[in-house]
Ligand binder design. Structure first.
Ligand SMILES: CC(C)(COP(=O)(O)OP(=O)(O)OC[C@H]1O[C@@H](n2cnc3c(N)ncnc32)[C@H](O)[C@@H]1OP(=O)(O)O)[C@@H](O)C(=O)NCCC(=O)NCCS
Length: 203
């Protein structure tokens, strides 16, 4: 049955999430956005109000289209009791063997999620990203466009792997890390922070 989906965040990322909802055969009911200057519509869909209005739509499912993990987590705390929509683009390749994707997560076009991988809640696996076998992505993790995680990698809560970054196999990355564009991770990362370069260094 077609689901009615409300997207939190009328942004560039929100456009892509709207596209996934449409491609999945569901319906974008509209956006909620806390920016009062947004006007009444966005990419042809209504702006239904701010996130304070979320209780006005009891039949809808919600998905958060905000890249910042801290804000995503805050929204989850605010929107108590809603049903979360998990957005998976039809071209994403998701293994059917022992793979889990948590509620509210978004998997974009041409992404690959391989066998034995567990993705937490409200994660983003962006366009063309590769998450290999036996990975664990804790809640609110973001794997950016074209980033690659080899097998048996664990990424801690709210960490963000930047565009085109590569993470070698059998590694643990702790919570709240940011890896810059093109970064290459070849060792465990035990301290939260921002890392760039090949191999990565903390800045
Ligand atoms: C890592 C990042 C967050 C750092 O941003 P920032 O905190 O504003 O840092 P700055 O731009 O001030 O750069 C700080 C230093 O790190 C270097 N640096 C920044 N990003 C780098 C990268 N990706 N690779 C190598 N060096 C990098 C800068 O050259 C600078 O070096 P310097 O001090 O010797 O001049 C950002 O550069 C980045 O790579 N973002 C990725 C965004 C992304 O993946 N978006 C995906 C959307 S799907």
């Amino acid at each position: 049955m077609e689901k009615e989906v409300i997207i939190i965040g009328a942004s560039g990322h929100g456009k892509v999430v709207a596209d996934i909802v449409c491609c999945s055969g569901d319906r974008v009911k509209g956006f909620l956005d806390d920016n009062f200057k947004m006007g009444s519509s966005f990419i042809g869909f209504p702006i239904l109000g701010t996130t304070n209005n979320y209780k006005d739509f009891p039949g809808a499912e919600f998905v958060i289209a905000i890249g910042n993990a801290v804000i995503r987590e805050r929204m989850v705390g605010k929107l108590q009791g809603v049903k979360w929509y998990t957005a998976i683009h039809p071209t994403a390749v998701i293994s059917k063997i022992d793979t889990r994707i948590g509620e509210g997560s978004v998997v974009m076009a041409n992404a690959v999620v391989n066998s034995g991988t567990a993705i937490g809640k409200h994660c983003i696996v962006n366009t063309g990203a590769i998450v290999e076998h036996d990975n664990i992505l804790e809640d609110f993790v973001h794997i950016s466009v074209g980033a690659k995680l080899a097998g048996t990698v664990k990424v801690g809560k709210s960490s963000w792997i930047g565009i085109g970054a590569t993470v070698s196999n059998n590694l643990n990355i702790c919570e709240n890390c940011m890896f810059g564009a093109g970064a290459v991770v070849i060792n465990n990362i035990e301290q939260s922070g921002t890392y760039v370069g090949v191999p990565v260094k903390r800045i």
